[in-house]
Design a protein around this ligand. Structure first.
Ligand code: ZN
Length: 449
């Protein structure tokens, strides 16, 4: 072997970017660090150098160089709660009261969904999210094999769970499907797919059913993705049925939180609930867009953050948002909590950016691998064009990312070390086919309802 062959080639070298990330320096954790002229080297699927340009000589021998001068490099956004295939129902039913919306519109049409629909709906979601700089999402739905195939085919990263509703006649079959999802897909697509169990919520999954779910979690070593305390009615019902306990107290009492738990919403939570979430390390996916659109209420996010709760952001499904734009969600979170607290210092830009990236990764239990541009982490990196009128003048680029940038400013997306979008062009996906097929399937679905 020649001497030159011993020097391993770096796969990708990004040069000249303004790097903005939480956790960029070991120990800096969630505070944002900015490197004005930075480079990132990627070898295989991991970051092997992140810091000032030029990168050390050993990383200069790159197979691919990306000139990122005039661009911002960020960790990919983490959408910590969604139902990807619901893109097919985007705009189908809006401006309705939650239970009427579910019972009259959403559930009847979901009864007609088939596995092909879910594949194309999920593909549409993946295309939309990649374009918006989302590199990881947490999903709970059904026909999850097809969502997994869409994740595999699109190049995105996801943590998938099969939604479980104990009261539905096929609950045992659904739990079996969720277990098979974990067996067949956990670690698939070069590790881009991970899995969880998906008990929908305490009001649809009573404790005796959750016992079976916890047995499965124990056996297969996976966590839980659940909706908790989304509406005030749900909390009242829980207190009336379960000896005065809130949904969070109830879940704690049955031992659910001994498993890695990702809890969507947590809108109506008491100080006692927040203490439990913090003490038990429960991750919270805050969905400000969905909570506002359905008028569920305002989650006490500043209090949760103060108590050390791991809070990430989610879009929820596209029929209650109606897009999967996590950057928009970060801005909504900052604005909503400033207004709700009558305090403009609440959730400053850096904290919103942390929640959109590392916060989501922590809430999903994935922060050892993703959520920040740190040495050794998986290379999930997005580049944002700052040469737009709304990005001038460049007083503070962290502020610009949250308060001024648009997700359409994302030009390049790298996931697991592989470029999936370059200069606005998706590298492996026939986008036109995805849009056309999703439109056809959505129309056929509505005709069946
Ligand atoms: Zn949801």
């Amino acid at each position: 072997m020649s001497q030159a062959a011993c020097v391993k080639k770096t796969d990708i070298l990004i040069e000249g970017a303004t790097i903005i990330s939480p956790g960029l320096i070991r120990g800096s954790d969630e505070s944002i660090v900015v490197v004005d002229e930075g480079s990132i080297a990627i070898d295989d699927e991991r970051i092997v150098y992140v810091g000032p340009s030029p990168a050390p000589l050993e990383f200069q021998n790159a197979a691919k160089r990306i000139d990122a001068s005039g661009l911002i490099a960020l960790p990919g956004f983490v959408n910590a709660h969604t139902h990807a295939a619901m893109t097919l129902l985007r705009g189908y039913a809006d401006d309705m009261v939650l239970m009427e919306w579910l019972e009259e519109k959403i559930w009847p049409i979901e009864a007609h969904l088939d596995s092909e629909d879910v594949y194309w709906g999920a593909m549409l979601a993946c295309v939309e999210m990649i374009r918006a700089g989302v590199t990881t999402f947490a999903d709970q739905y059904f026909f999850m094999d097809d969502t997994a195939k869409a994740v595999r085919d699109s190049g995105i990263r996801a943590c998938l769970s099969r939604g479980l509703i104990a009261t539905s006649p096929n609950s045992a079959e659904a739990l079996r499907e969720n277990i098979e999802l974990c067996q067949n897909w956990d670690g698939a697509a070069n590790g881009r797919i991970t899995t969880m169990l998906g008990p929908h919520a305490p009001y649809t999954c009573p404790p005796d059913f959750l016992e079976k779910v916890m047995e499965a979690a124990e056996e297969f070593g996976v966590g839980m993705h659940i909706h908790l305390s989304e509406t005030s009615g749900e909390v009242e019902e829980s207190r009336a049925k379960h000896a005065g306990m809130s949904p969070i107290e109830l879940m704690d009492s049955i031992g659910l939180f001994r498993f890695q738990t990702l809890a969507a919403h947590c809108v109506h939570v008491s100080p006692g609930d927040i203490e439990i979430l913090s003490a038990k390390g429960v991750g919270v996916a805050h969905n400000p867009g969905s909570n506002m659109k359905i008028a569920s209420g305002i989650a006490p996010v500043p209090a949760m953050l103060k108590a050390g709760v791991k809070v990430g952001l989610g879009t929820d499904g596209a029929s209650s948002n109606n897009n999967l734009d996590l950057l928009e969600e970060a801005r909504l979170a900052a604005f909503l909590h400033k207004l709700a607290n009558n305090d403009p210092t609440v959730i400053p830009a850096g904290q919103a950016l942390s929640m959109a990236t590392l916060g989501g990764a922590k809430a999903m239990g994935m922060d050892s691998d993703i959520g920040s541009l740190e040495l050794g982490k998986k290379a999930d990196i997005i580049l944002l064009d700052v040469n737009k009128p709304h990005m001038y003048p460049k007083h503070d680029l962290t502020s610009h990312v949250i308060y001024s940038a648009r997700s359409s400013d994302v030009t390049t997306v790298i996931i697991n070390g592989k470029p999936v979008m370059e200069d606005g062009v998706l590298t492996d996906i026939d986008e036109e086919e995805v849009l056309r097929t999703a439109e056809e399937r959505a129309k056929a679905l509505v005709a069946k309802a």
